[in-house]
Design a binder for this molecule. Structure first.
Ligand code: TRP
Length: 74
């Protein structure tokens, strides 16, 4: 995957309750958790998919916006 297409991809996560977790999963043959970020209500995380991160898992009530659309975790 080209560096350009990876780094162009931003997503936004807005926590709708305290303790929302954004978990980064590693790119490559081994899919592991590598980072867990905790957000409190109203906090926003703006992040990218990178050479280290190919997927994220969101736990808790949050609004997630990506280039593919918007989804709310209830
Ligand atoms: N060091 C991580 C990386 O460059 C930081 C990061 C980027 C991250 N996007 C993320 C961590 C999404 C958690 C979720 O890949």
């Amino acid at each position: 995957m080209s560096d350009q297409s990876v780094k162009a991809d931003y997503f936004v996560i807005k926590a709708l309750e305290d303790g929302v977790q954004v978990i980064g999963l590693t790119r490559g043959s081994d899919t592991k958790f590598h980072h867990s970020e905790k957000l409190d209500q109203g906090e926003i995380m703006i992040a990218q998919f990178t050479e280290h991160t190919s997927a994220i898992k969101v736990r808790g009530k949050a609004l997630i916006q990506t280039s593919h659309g918007e989804v709310e975790n209830l």
